[in-house]
Design a protein around this ligand. Structure first.
Ligand code: B4P
Length: 188
């Protein structure tokens, strides 16, 4: 079994593509954003703790997110392969993930490249359609800024380890998926 990280700024299509990849390659889709939103909607102890941060587009504390990911990996047993979506988002999380996967193949990183105008327009559209608390103008700017400061530097981290593949994320959902699939099959 193998592992993948789907990487990119907010609105790049991570969740969309991770879903399709997980179905096609029989991997488990692990979205930290979705898991955090679930904690919030259930109003668990963690959910109450993180709801303001998630709604404002800030990064949730590493210990909370790392624990959620660790639990999901353990829950699914040693033979499961994952598509990590939205994780890691900073260098500490990236180092943590590699330690959590010591007995598994270290994930290849698929980076979706999408220009800023397109990102903003996709997120605004989703805000209008689904009403997600963090898809509004102010929060979108905050998320893009945090991405640039804390998450984007991981591209160098993975490139140095020769684990990074960048793909144009600007075609249709199907076109982007075909490009990703081609890259995965080359390395599988
Ligand atoms: P996420 O859920 O990861 O939010 P996201 O970055 O917006 O990605 P998402 O997967 O939802 O959107 P996508 O690009 O697929 O995180 C939410 C929040 O949770 C964070 O702000 C943070 O507070 C917290 N969090 C999560 N992980 C964390 C971590 N590791 N550490 C700390 N905090 C964490 O899609 C966007 C839109 O584009 C969709 O509407 C989609 O339909 C559309 N789209 C996709 N592909 C398209 C295409 N090819 N063409 C046109 N539209 C497309």
């Amino acid at each position: 079994m193998f592992n993948l990280i789907i990487f990119g700024p907010p609105g790049a299509g991570k969740g969309t593509q991770a879903q399709k990849i997980s179905e096609d390659f029989n991997l488990i889709h692990l979205s930290t954003g979705a898991l955090l939103r679930e904690e919030v909607s259930q109003q668990t102890t963690i959910g109450k703790q993180v709801q303001t941060i998630v709604a404002g587009g800030g990064l949730v504390d590493d210990n909370i997110v790392d624990t959620i990911v660790k639990n999901e990996i353990e829950k699914n047993g040693p033979s499961a392969g994952f598509v990590f979506d939205g994780y890691p988002r900073n260098i500490n999380q990236a180092l943590k993930l590699d330690t959590l996967l010591t007995t598994k193949a270290l994930p290849l990183v698929l980076n979706l490249e999408v220009n800023q105008e397109e990102l903003i327009s996709r997120l605004k559209l989703r805000g209008q359609k689904l009403g997600r608390a963090d898809d509004n103008k102010t929060t979108i700017s905050n998320r893009l800024l945090i991405y640039a400061q804390q998450t984007q530097p991981l591209l160098d981290f993975y490139a140095e380890k020769e684990r990074l593949i960048s793909v144009d994320g600007q075609g249709s959902i199907e076109e982007v998926f075909e490009h990703l699939k081609e890259q995965i099959l080359k390395r599988k």
